[in-house]
Design a protein around this ligand. Structure first.
Ligand code: UDP
Length: 328
């Protein structure tokens, strides 16, 4: 029996695929390679296809004897989702419906789903626990919340069992340095700082210095991509053990400001980073910090790379050896 990993050639998907492969598990990657990289899943079974292709999904489930799914495939840029909502509603919501149709048709009833802290929007309290109000401020966040609701309805009606994992800020790279983050265009803080270190950008822009935080810049909870990957495997195995559907936050419970992240990169790499203070980026909440107590307690999740230094060291190790991402 195999695990189908949609979006498995992407950043978090490929780190999860490698963890599963290293455990000797049977997997098949399903990715349209619009954002994913073939080289990230070298030597793994890969079906190149789109989520909207229900027929190909059904064929893949049958051919590889799939009995569970980890579903990463999605559009994930907040800014783009506001400019082009149709792309997000079709690829994320309709794409997930197509996948669920194929699963239902083929009697696959276990799925681990990539959700996001963006489902909460501007938080009502810090740290954010799973019961906090869900008021997403972006189309991206709304699509993820809709997909959680769809999964809940499929559970009630058809007995689909799911775990939705609401990630905070995924960062870092595989400890071996063989895979890492490679987005085009890059919008995330840590990889952009790495591009400054590599001389590919002149400076890092700090988006907003007037937030109600100690140094005026936004605070985020950074979580290592391999710790995220481990959580997916724990969640999947809990479903195999008969667990009911669940929703869990995933973060380290520590917040770092944009300035603290830049300072830590300088400390870890011994290099100076040129910074420029800019206005706020629309839609950015001031502070996002997770409470992950629920997954720690219920699934014994233990993050291994839970310091900002470790996260940045692994990211730098990947970026300095792959300045052009997977292209070199
Ligand atoms: N940020 C920044 N400069 C950049 C990119 C990001 O100041 O070039 C800030 C952004 O405003 C946010 C934090 O860094 O407060 C993390 O942003 P990122 O895009 O990495 O993740 P997000 O929190 O949006 O998921």
């Amino acid at each position: 029996m195999a695990i189908l990993i949609t979006g498995g050639a992407g950043y978090i998907g490929s780190h999860t695929a490698w963890e599963l492969k290293d455990q000797g598990r049977d997997i098949v990657i399903y990715d349209n390679l619009s954002r994913g990289h073939r080289q990230a899943v070298k030597d793994m079974p890969l079906v190149v296809g789109d989520l909207m292709d229900t027929e190909l999904l059904e064929k893949t489930i049958e051919e590889y004897n799939v009995d569970s799914v980890i579903h990463f495939a999605a559009e994930s840029q907040v800014g783009e989702s506001m400019a082009d909502p149709q792309k997000y509603y079709i690829n994320n919501v309709s794409g997930t419906l197509s996948l669920l149709k194929a699963m239902k048709e083929k009697n696959v009833n276990k799925i681990v789903f990539s959700s996001t802290a963006a489902t909460y929007g501007e938080p009502e309290r810090i740290p954010i626990d799973e019961d906090s109000a869900k008021n997403p401020t972006s189309v991206y966040g709304r699509t993820k919340l809709m997909m959680e609701q769809i999964l809940t309805d499929y559970d009630m009606a058809y007995g689909l069992k799911f775990v939705a994992l609401r990630y905070f800020n995924a960062a870092g790279a595989h400890i071996s340095g063989k895979i890492g983050e490679d987005h085009a265009p890059e919008t995330h803080l840590i990889p952009i700082i790495m591009q400054v270190l590599l001389g590919q950008r002149d400076e890092i822009s700090i988006f907003g210095t007037d937030y109600p935080t100690p140094d005026g810049t936004c605070i985020r909870d950074y979580i290592h991509v391999t710790d995220l990957a481990q959580a997916h495997i724990l969640a999947l195995d809990a479903l195999y053990d008969g667990m009911e559907s669940k929703i869990y936050n995933l973060g380290n419970g520590n917040g770092f400001s944009v300035k603290e992240v830049i300072d830590t990169v300088e400390k870890v790499t011994g290099k100076k980073i040129q910074r420029v203070e800019k206005g706020r980026r629309p839609g950015d909440p001031a502070v996002l910090i997770a409470s992950s107590d629920k997954i720690i307690k219920e699934l014994s999740w233990k993050p291994r790379y839970n310091t900002l230094e470790q996260i940045i060291e692994t990211a730098w190790n990947w970026h300095k050896n792959h300045p052009n991402g997977f292209d070199n």
